[in-house]
Design a protein around this ligand. Structure first.
Ligand code: FMN
Length: 328
């Protein structure tokens, strides 16, 4: 990984500091990182008040604690330095600009070996009478708003805490469209069963999944991963059809792109709904989303879905899907 990116992933909020004062050279670098942050239309609406003076630092901490309704606590966690970031509300992007400056500074602090933590409630703090007096004393325009505090110091502990696991599925890739075989070409004769025997959702997923296993698309662990995914949310999509598919982990087990379709004369209960068509999808890498997308398009097309429900032979299924051109 790029050194800079790696550094950003290793930054953590620090909440235990040594009382030792930081060096001016380190403080300067953090301030530079804030000054050089991007801002809407390059307006640079941010102001940075770097507080090394213990008296002011303690005053701000006590004002913040009062807002937090924990007057006996130090919300700055014993950090010897605090940078208060303000932004001029005359700029329409002031809140984003101030937040970005804080983000830049947090990463810079980590890069120079300092610990830092964003401490909130600067807005409320500088809306108080004392806060307004301080703004005047510091020569800041009346139009500024407090965005946040960055408390800074040397971390009291050598090891930074481990990051919380990143949320799954919070990155959505919309990749360039590549030539992808049409669903009609992937769904071979061995991939469909027009009279499934399952009577429950689990059995139906196993039945459709077994077709994928028999086609050598994945091992049986993929079926388990489809069942796991189904526990997280129902894959019933509407129009009497469901698309079972694996979890993120399960998808790494796929050997070959394939799809299965099983039709049930009496339908299978999927929660409140009944599925008469159960698809099982397994796509290698990017193929997966392409495949699921194509099946979704098929299911939402009233003519196609009717034809799939009525198909008597494999050729009928092919004919139903033939005109479904997703990527022209
Ligand atoms: C807008 C914002 C406000 C925050 N306010 C506080 C705060 O008042 N006190 C605090 O201890 N941490 C505060 N944090 C730090 C977060 O709790 C911290 O970033 C989060 O738990 C993730 O941990 P990490 O920074 O170690 O990745 C704030 C962070 C942000 C972005």
């Amino acid at each position: 990984m790029n050194e800079f990116v790696d550094l950003m992933t290793k930054r953590r909020s620090v909440r235990k500091f040594q009382s030792k004062m930081i060096r001016n050279a380190e403080l300067d670098q953090v301030l530079y990182a804030g000054l050089y942050a991007a801002s809407g239309m390059g307006r640079q609406p941010c102001y940075f008040v770097a507080v090394r003076d213990p008296e002011t630092r303690n005053l701000l901490s006590s004002m913040n604690a009062r807002i937090l309704e924990t007057p006996d606590k130090d919300p700055f966690y014993g950090a010897p330095v605090v940078i208060v970031v303000f932004a001029d509300t005359a700029s329409p992007t002031y809140l984003y600009d101030g937040s970005l400056a804080l983000g830049n500074m947090m990463n810079a602090a980590h890069a120079v070996g300092l610990g830092s933590c964003w401490v909130h409630r600067a807005k409320e703090e500088f809306e108080t009478a004392t806060g307004k007096l301080l703004l005047k004393e510091w020569g800041l325009p009346e139009t500024v708003e407090g965005i946040g505090h960055l408390v800074l110091g040397y971390p009291a502990e050598e090891e930074l805490p481990a990051p919380a696991p990143r949320k799954e599925d919070h990155v959505i890739f919309l990749m360039e469209k590549k030539q992808f075989p049409a669903l009609v070409d992937i769904l071979g004769e061995d991939s469909i069963c027009l009279h499934g025997t399952a009577t429950s959702k689990e059995e139906a997923i196993r039945e459709a999944g077994q077709i994928l296993v028999d086609l050598n698309c994945a091992g049986s662990e993929y079926i388990e991963s489809m069942l796991q995914r189904e526990q997280d949310f129902s894959t019933y999509l509407g129009n009497g059809a469901a698309i079972a598919h694996g979890t993120v982990w399960g998808r790494t087990r796929i050997r070959k792109t394939g799809v299965a379709m099983v039709r049930y004369d009496d339908g299978i209960p999927f929660g409140e709904e009944t599925a008469t068509l159960v698809f099982a999808a397994a796509g290698v890498g990017d193929d997966h989303m392409d495949l699921v997308q194509q099946i979704c398009v098929a299911i939402q097309n009233e003519t196609v879905i009717k034809a799939l429900h009525e198909a008597q032979t494999y050729d009928d299924v092919k004919a139903a899907l033939k005109n479904l051109m997703l990527y022209k």
